[in-house]
Write a protein that binds this ligand. Structure first.
Ligand code: MN
Length: 396
């Protein structure tokens, strides 16, 4: 199987840095695009690291899946080496040929592989993105997905966890087939029809890649744009990769390429992944905090196990893990109350503040005292219930 490849990457019109990387290795017959994300230039570190690890592992005869798995680990490990690389990640879409000559595509994220065959463009990979999931679930249409404000949110990337689920596609190729691997900076800017037209118009794969990037820039160039175009010159399989003839163009392996970058343009990309996850955590946190605050800033009155009227801090029955606690016990008992007062206390009246609860207790006490006036019983929260016969009881 012989291939001819052309590739280009561009920072686009909006971003300050290019965090995309591509890999074209004719000798290994390995072509890939990685679209990195993360702060402090971490995105480009992530995409570069992934492609270097990919190449090293393919070179040591690992399968494409193993190589991508190792690339994930490489980015993951690196992300834990420096605080500023923490949380960095990257997409990867790679094309390789197995030792027995079968073309294979490995894929994680929202970069894409397309096949142009007989003037028809078909997408080979499935995006690991929020909108793609919404489309699959039938909640939005393809057309809505194209303009969806959250279309940049991806649901899977290398470097985020120590292991990774990788999509592997095997495909049959014929002479004349053309494969495109590209980052979302291309597919979010131009429609598949235009991509197809450009791929059919430009015979040279390098020119085709450049034309695609130009078209994405003309359409706004909102993201880094990368296109790798691979032509199948000889679709006959069963050719050892080592026997692949030197490609017509790009005779020497082109190293992983990234544009020179100066300043991190991470803000947008950083929000990209965590846009979904973060608000959930924040809402959950705020929610739990609010419940806790509510549970801990309410008071209610109830009888304790010994029938004493008691002020509790919290809400009756507790909320989540916040159980009510005794705020101030009193010496007032069930026996001191009238039936209606007892029923009222049994309903566990709640209060916004301690002073309101205290006022409620004091009213009960006053009424209890008034009823006891003839027998002069003193009831107080601070002294032991005392019965005297000498003087009228003071109202606490
Ligand atoms: Mn991108």
């Amino acid at each position: 199987m012989r291939f001819r490849c052309g590739a280009t990457t561009d920072v686009g019109r909006e971003r300050e840095t290019n965090e995309d990387s591509f890999l074209v290795d004719d000798r290994l017959v390995l072509f890939a695009v990685a679209d990195g994300m993360g702060g402090h230039s971490a995105g480009e570190i992530a995409s570069f690291t992934a492609l270097e690890a990919l190449r090293a592992n393919i070179a040591s005869s690992k399968s494409l899946e193993e190589a991508i798995r190792t690339a994930n680990k490489a980015v993951y490990d690196k992300a834990h080496q420096k605080p500023e690389w923490s949380g960095m990640g990257t997409t990867i879409t790679a094309f390789a040929v197995t030792p027995d000559g079968r073309p294979v595509i490995g894929h994680v994220g929202d970069s894409r592989a397309y096949l142009l065959r007989d003037s028809e463009l078909s997408q080979l990979t499935e995006d690991h993105s929020l909108v793609e999931e919404l489309v699959r679930e039938g909640r939005i249409t393809e057309e809505q997905a194209e303009v969806h404000p959250q279309r940049a949110i991806i649901t899977r990337a290398l470097g985020i966890e120590s292991d990774i689920e990788i999509d592997i596609y095997t495909t049959q190729l014929r002479t004349g087939d053309r494969i495109l691997i590209c980052s979302d900076g291309l597919t979010s800017m131009i429609r598949p029809e235009q991509t197809s037209r450009i791929l059919q118009l430009e015979d040279d794969p390098g020119h085709a890649a450049e034309s695609l990037v130009d078209a994405a820039n003309d359409a706004g160039g909102e993201d880094n744009i990368t296109a790798v175009v691979i032509d199948v010159l000889d679709g006959a399989a069963e050719v050892e990769p080592s026997e692949v003839e030197p490609p017509v163009q790009k005779a020497t392996p082109v190293p992983v390429q990234t544009r020179s970058r100066t300043r991190p343009g991470f803000a947008k990309r950083w929000t990209r992944r965590f846009f979904v996850i973060l608000p959930i955590i924040v809402i959950l946190g705020v929610g739990i905090g609010a419940v806790g605050w509510y549970a801990r800033n309410r008071y209610f009155v109830d009888f304790d196990s010994q029938g004493r009227v008691t002020v509790y801090k919290g809400v009756p029955g507790g909320l989540l893990s916040w159980d009510p606690t005794v705020e101030s016990p009193t010496k007032l008992t069930e026996d001191d109350l009238t039936n209606s007062e007892r029923l009222a206390v049994e309903k566990q009246p709640t209060f916004d503040s301690k002073s309101q609860a205290d006022e409620y207790i004091n009213n009960l006490k006053k009424r209890a005292l008034a009823r006891r006036e003839p027998t002069t019983t003193t009831i107080s929260t601070t002294t032991t219930t005392t019965t005297t016969t000498a003087a009228p009881a003071p109202v606490p």
